[in-house]
Design a protein. Structure first.
Length: 255
């Protein structure tokens, strides 16, 4: 059967390179529902609540502030080592449509634990709507993706295998979700070391969360504790910041 060859677009080439870089990472995953009733109550009273991606980005970064293992990457050069980053760097998977093609591009957010929730949310929303050339991370990644294959492979090797560059290019953790499109338990792949995914809010006020991580960096027991701590942070610090953003205006109802 004769088909029609199609060129690989730049965004799709990025995913091809990303999957190749992820092939050698020994990922394992842990998932559980988190009870987020206090967070939902706080979000319901807020005039302009932050998006779910922003809340998970800041919550995970707050947990990582006190858990250095969540800021640790595996690096191969100049010899295999674990490299602890001084701060969290998040990569958020941004779904966009470019030239009629659906694609995903990574938005980098440095030190989200030091930012307001509104600022984290603003960076994510900007990445969703602004032209690619107006988003620094998108310009950077597209510039690398335009390189000829040998130079592309070299740039990925440098970004993957030096600890400092891992933080610059791939961050210390990633957040990805399909909740906005109907949910489902997503198990995404990334060069690592950590990636967080969340589903839709269930009627019992829980949300299912999956953490995949590089097993060379840590084991399952610390990640189980991280999920517990993540639930606490969402329901306390993130909920409190939502409440401080201001309540919904009360509309008068005519008698």
């Amino acid at each position: 059967m004769r088909g029609q060859p199609k060129n690989i677009s730049l965004p799709r080439r990025l995913i091809v390179d990303l999957m190749r870089a992820s092939m050698g990472v020994p990922f394992v995953s842990l998932s559980r529902p988190l009870n987020i009733r206090p967070l939902l109550e706080a979000r319901a009273t807020t005039a302009a609540p932050a998006g779910w991606a922003a809340m998970f980005v800041k919550a995970f970064a707050l947990v990582a502030r006190d858990e250095p293992i969540l800021r640790t990457v595996y690096a191969k050069w100049p010899w295999p080592t674990l490299y602890e980053l001084p701060k969290s760097v998040a990569l958020v998977a941004i779904a966009r449509v470019e030239d009629g093609e659906e694609c995903v591009l990574p938005q980098r957010i440095a030190a989200p634990e030091t930012m307001s929730l509104a600022d984290v949310d603003a960076q994510i929303r900007h990445a969703k709507t602004a032209p690619i050339d107006d988003v620094p991370m998108f310009r950077k990644i597209m510039r690398a993706t335009r390189l000829p294959l040998p130079l592309r492979r070299l740039s990925w090797a440098v970004g993957m295998n030096f600890g400092r560059q891992r933080g610059n290019w791939f961050g210390s953790f990633a957040v990805s979700s399909v909740a906005a499109y109907g949910g489902g338990e997503l198990h995404p792949i990334t060069p690592g070391p950590f990636i967080v995914s969340y589903g839709v809010v269930e009627p019992d006020q829980t949300i299912h969360v999956v953490i995949r991580w590089d097993h060379r960096v840590t084991d399952a027991a610390p990640i189980a504790r991280v999920l517990t701590r993540l639930e606490q942070v969402l329901n306390t610090e993130i909920a409190a910041e939502l409440r401080s953003a201001g309540p919904k205006p009360i509309r008068a109802v005519g008698a």
